[in-house]
Design a protein around this ligand. Structure first.
Ligand code: LLP
Length: 450
């Protein structure tokens, strides 16, 4: 496993994160345990801030869908970033953390009326309008509330990013955004410009996730700017903001080669500047919405090894006390991960094993074929790069309680998400009265009535 952020192997041969011995963390807080490396998370925020905000007066908006908790909101705020929320629940979390609402960007391809009302009521910075229905609804709601909503229009630039098919969102055939090439985008802009209660501030696109090719971004920026120039000619309107979405890839396993954030910034901003100049547009502010590349590498999950089962000549399964419930990515996207034994981190790996979760599902495998020192029950397995789309996509299949999360830094570890309890699991369950008195229930079959 590649050591990232503040990871070190200490003198006892244990993995340390943020100056905390992870074996000790597992003992103190139990497993599975999400560990968030505070320094690493902040460093990632700062790399973006330097590359976009300090250098180009651009804006960096952290994508909360990757990992959002109250503590995370506080850190993102302290680092001076904006926040992309994609549901009422994410918006509520930000509000409860007193995140400055003017730095909130509210996304979603099907925001409900209640969510839109909430956004207007909270006075979020920008509502990212995805489609005609939403534009009409929002204009109407804003009118009734006696306000004007600042909006950015989400477009589909038709750019194919080289990544896993499920997480491609920039192509024309997508549920997100309005298509540029068939004229729908221009039509919705004209409609928005004619409305009383929305103010069109900019254009947005998001071409996918876990992308390594910077050319995909340059290409998307080009398509967006060419469209902006054409729109300006036709309507006289030009975007104050060009939002290029998120998507920068991170290191999960061998073969992943992330590009430095500065290269991304330089490439994208250059295209925007050149095309604005050539097209006679006022220079728009460049916005980006990174999620994975901020939170992903800063997270590690600790598991306890339980059953170790060898099928001679076939495979050795090493089962841990979590799985697809806390990290659905391998099951959903065949994502690859690296791991080490946190309590024996300086031992030489000797055998190829496969890491299984504990759910009733054959596909609940976290890692196929990884070389480790022969694992034993009670060992602590650390899987790296689990900060993004793990806790945020976690679930309670098999009624497994969600793990706790600790924030580790400077030798201190604080719980930022408490472990779910069995009581939490039944908190929303209800039993109707007639089930309580043990009465025999007479069944009426569908055909026998009337
Ligand atoms: N902005 C928008 C509009 C997005 O839809 C997304 C991600 C982002 C920003 C952040 O992208 P990032 O920088 O994190 O790549 N669950 C999948 C990824 C889904 C991506 C959803 N949208 C996974 O685990 O790989």
């Amino acid at each position: 496993m590649k050591l990232q952020g503040t990871m070190e192997i200490n003198r006892q041969g244990h993995l340390e994160i943020g100056g905390c011995d992870t074996v000790e963390l597992a003992r103190q807080f139990g497993t599975p345990l999400y560990v968030l490396d505070e320094t690493h998370f902040r460093q990632n925020c700062r790399s973006y801030y330097r590359a976009f905000t300090e250098k180009y007066e651009g804006m960096v908006i952290y994508a909360g869908k990757t990992l959002l908790t109250l503590a995370v909101c506080h850190i993102v705020d302290q680092e001076g970033l904006g926040l992309d929320v994609a549901s009422g629940g994410e918006l509520y979390t930000a509000k409860q953390a007193r995140f400055p609402m003017d730095r909130i960007f509210f996304h979603g391809n099907n925001k409900s009326e209640n969510e839109l009302k909430m956004a207007l009521d909270y006075k979020v910075g920008r509502i990212m309008v995805d489609n005609n229905y939403e534009l009409e609804t929002l204009n109407d709601l804003a009118g009734r509330a006696g306000t004007v909503a600042d909006i950015i229009l989400r477009l589909t630039p038709g750019v194919e990013a080289h990544t896993h098919a499920y997480i491609k969102t920039g192509q024309v055939d997508s549920k997100f955004g309005v298509v540029i090439e068939n004229g729908q985008a221009l039509a919705i802009i004209k409609r928005a410009l004619a409305m009383q209660n929305v103010r069109l501030r900019g254009l947005h696109c998001h071409i996918g996730s876990q992308i390594f090719e910077l050319e995909s971004y340059s290409h998307a920026a080009e398509v967006m700017m060419e469209f902006a120039v054409a729109t300006h000619r036709e309507t006289g309107w030009s975007p104050e903001e060009i939002n290029l979405g998120g998507g920068l890839g991170i290191y999960y396993a061998e073969g992943d080669e992330p590009k430095p954030v500065e290269h991304y910034a330089d490439a994208a901003v250059q295209v925007v500047r050149d095309l604005a100049r050539d097209g006679g547009l006022p220079l728009p502010k460049v916005l980006v919405e990174p999620g994975r590349s901020i939170s992903g590498p800063a997270g590690t999950t600790l598991y306890a090894v339980g059953a170790v089962k060898e099928i001679p000549g076939v495979r050795k399964y090493v089962a841990v006390d979590g799985g697809m419930v806390d990290n659905p990515r391998p099951a959903m996207y065949q994502s690859r991960y690296e791991a080490l034994l946190a309590n024996r981190a300086s031992e030489e790996p000797q055998e190829i094993v496969s890491i299984a979760g504990k759910c009733c599902e054959s596909g609940d495998m976290l890692i196929w074929d990884i070389k480790l020192p022969a694992p034993h029950p009670g060992d602590i397995l650390a899987i790296s790069a689990t900060g993004a789309y793990n806790y945020s996509m976690s679930m309670n299949y098999n009624r497994l309680p969600r793990p706790a999360m600790v924030l580790a830094g400077d030798g201190r570890a604080d719980i930022i998400v408490a472990r779910e309890s069995y009581e939490d699991l039944i908190r929303n369950d209800m039993v109707p009265e007639h089930l309580l008195n043990n009465k025999v229930v007479k069944l009426v079959s569908a055909g026998s009535t009337g």
